[in-house]
Ligand binder design. Structure first.
Ligand SMILES: [Ca+2]
Ligand SMILES: [Ca+2]
Ligand SMILES: [Ca+2]
Length: 176
């Protein structure tokens, strides 16, 4: 990387910060994730006592604790802290696995277009963009997003420097 070049992963994480700051107060704290979880559950019509809801909340709590562990003595993260903490945090597939289970409302172990649209609505992504993201994530073109395609794309979002990969579109298009 040349001097002054922007780290593409940091760019993506900055975008994730903006999307995660659901009350737009300039920092991410647990209440932002509470709102996000509620959006998922409302969007997919899942009750708070459903095992999938418990799994999703538990996975986000573990992820959030891991982020906070990277920054001493805070209970909320600025954008800079969020980016650094995500890069330092131990990678986990618990959150994408739990999200996948919530998204797969008909239980066929794949995400259909209508199932995916709800996910992107939870993140505030428009319909047209949602369709494009779906087509990009369906890497084998079979018309569904398999668990492997979803988890792999989520992993790439956090680890791949490639801004043009499908994973970069996860939470909508990244502005360069
Ligand atoms: Ca916030
Ligand atoms: Ca399904
Ligand atoms: Ca597929």
């Amino acid at each position: 990387m040349t001097d002054g070049a922007v780290d593409p992963i940091a760019v993506k994480l900055g975008h994730l910060f903006e999307a995660s700051d659901t009350d737009r107060d300039g920092s991410v704290d647990w209440s932002d994730y509470e709102r996000l979880i509620s959006r998922y559950l409302d969007g997919y019509g899942i009750g708070a006592e459903d095992p999938r809801a418990h799994a999703l909340r538990a996975a986000y709590q573990t992820y959030w604790s891991e982020l906070l562990r990277q920054v001493d003595g805070v209970d909320r993260l600025s954008k800079e802290q969020f980016v650094v903490a995500n890069q330092a945090a131990r990678a986990t597939e618990a959150v994408p696995q739990a999200i996948f289970d919530v998204m797969d409302t008909d239980g066929d172990d794949a995400i259909s277009k209508p199932e995916y649209k709800v996910f992107l609505e939870a993140w505030g992504v428009s319909d047209l963009e949602a369709l494009n993201v779906f087509l990009e994530l369906d890497t084998d073109d079979d018309g569904r997003i398999s668990r492997g395609e979803f988890i792999g794309a989520m992993r790439d979002f956090f680890t791949s420097p490639e801004l043009d990969s499908p994973a970069s579109l996860f939470f909508g298009h990244i502005e360069r």
